[in-house]
Design a protein around this ligand. Structure first.
Ligand SMILES: Cc1cc2nc3c(=O)[nH]c(=O)nc-3n(C[C@H](O)[C@H](O)[C@H](O)COP(=O)(O)O)c2cc1C
Length: 405
């Protein structure tokens, strides 16, 4: 078991070679070490090992086709996976798949993700000795090396063809060990853009024991912070009251009220990207009672006053280089509300979600959002886990960011 693999997100791409059976063991080893594993198989890999075995061991659906039958609205999956992963391993890499990786052929989920992945990539070629030594294969491998892909040389030994020579797939333990080394070498340097994220509800006191709040769990904002950190960004997370754990490597600033969130956001607004995912209270008590409000006969009328509009203020003070993203939660006239916020508050993107829609809403689990861009783009996303929604949002937003240096 390798500690360095724990918590890492690894794509294992399997192409159609006889050594595919060893990838089953590789997936098991990676899972045992605490890594999350997404298996991608070429269509021909199905002839050698079953998706059922790999799906069971990885505890995730194995993906093969870019256009899966009976599925709509998930065309961006290859992009999300490319952002999700910390490492992509192709083992075994057939001569055929190697040539596709070199020329950019994009005809299956494996080859599509390989093109969009931002993480380090490692290939483990495995084939008959003569195929391995062929000039095409040698050229393809050296091209991949030149592009920064880690190539594990195929060890010598008895091959499935009955010949002896180079072309075997390295043992799964050795592949896992090399993967751990690569992940350690590529641990994010956090030299990427500075990202400020807000998350969670706010709590507005009425008296020393009571407050007004909302149903936000903070999950969406925390997932955005986690995903941005994994992409190498320097992330500050301003969080309202929530029990969620701070994502690794993220600087967290805890606040309680809308006024505290306002102050914390302004103090940290010098960021390249600001994503305002928090559900900030629009109203606070006009005056907070020093003592507990006593029960009395008859009704109690509370007077509430407006809290500062943080997004509007950020929009007014923004620089041209900054990317500003707001969230809109609407239950009626949703699109109208989102567009009003987009233009009225001078932001680049509004992420609209309607908690009454199926698959959307508060708490862990899934969300369903539509992104509205200042340039007129409208990007409806299917129901996805909040972690995937976070990746998708950053995928749209982050290309607009000027990188340091
Ligand atoms: C029994 C059998 C074993 C094979 N083993 C290998 C192999 O180890 N390496 C390889 O590069 N191709 C091997 N091939 C050829 C590939 O399966 C073939 O090129 C296929 O199209 C690869 O598709 P893919 O790269 O999309 O998975 C084998 C073919 C057969 C019939």
């Amino acid at each position: 078991m390798n500690q360095k693999l724990s918590g890492k997100r690894i794509i294992v791409g399997i192409s159609g070679g006889i050594a595919a059976y060893k990838s089953v063991e590789l997936v098991r080893l990676l899972r045992k070490s605490g890594a999350e594993v997404q298996v991608l198989m070429t269509p021909d890999a199905h002839r050698f090992v079953t998706p059922l075995t790999l799906g069971t061991l990885s505890e995730r659906e194995v993906l093969t086709e870019i256009f899966p039958p009976n599925q709509t609205g998930s065309w961006t999956k290859h992009v999300h996976l490319g952002l999700w992963a910390d490492l992509m391993i192709v083992a075994p890499a057939t001569a055929n798949t190697l040539s596709k990786l070199v020329t950019g052929v994009c005809d299956s989920m494996l080859t599509a993700v390989a093109l969009s992945a931002r993480c380090p990539m490692m290939v483990c070629p495995a084939m008959d000795h003569d195929m391995y030594e062929h000039a095409s294969t040698r050229d393809n491998l050296s091209t991949l090396r030149e592009r920064g892909v880690a190539v594990m040389d195929a060890p010598e030994g008895l091959l499935a063809s009955g010949l002896t020579g180079k072309g075997r797939l390295p043992e799964p333990e050795d592949i896992a060990e090399r993967a751990a080394g690569l992940l350690a070498d590529h641990s994010p340097t956090q030299a990427g853009p500075r990202v400020l994220v807000t998350a969670g509800p706010t709590r507005e006191s009425l008296d020393p024991v009571r407050y007004i709040t909302n149903r936000s769990s903070g999950t969406m904002g925390f997932e955005i912070a986690r995903a941005a950190q994994r992409m190498g960004c320097r992330v500050t997370l301003v969080a309202g009251p929530t029990a969620l754990e701070t994502p690794e490597g993220v600087t967290r600033v805890d606040v309680e009220t809308a006024r505290e969130m306002h102050a914390a956001v302004l103090a940290h607004r010098d960021a390249d990207v600001i994503v305002m995912a928090a559900a900030v209270a629009d109203y606070e008590a006009a005056s907070v009672s020093r003592d507990k409000i006593k029960k009395a006969d008859g009704d109690l009328v509370l007077q509430l006053s407006r809290t500062p509009d943080i997004l509007r203020e950020l929009g007014a003070r923004r620089t041209d280089d900054q990317v500003l993203v707001g969230f809109a939660l609407e239950t009626r006239d949703a699109e109208k509300g989102a567009l009003k916020k987009l233009h009225g508050k001078n932001v680049d993107w509004i992420v609209l979600n309607n908690p009454t829609e199926e698959g959307a809403g508060f708490g862990p689990g899934t969300n369903k959002v539509t992104l509205y861009g200042r340039d007129g783009r409208v990007e409806p996303l299917p129901v996805m886990s909040k972690a995937d929604v976070a990746l998708a949002i950053l995928g749209f937003v982050e290309p607009g960011v000027k990188r340091p240096g």
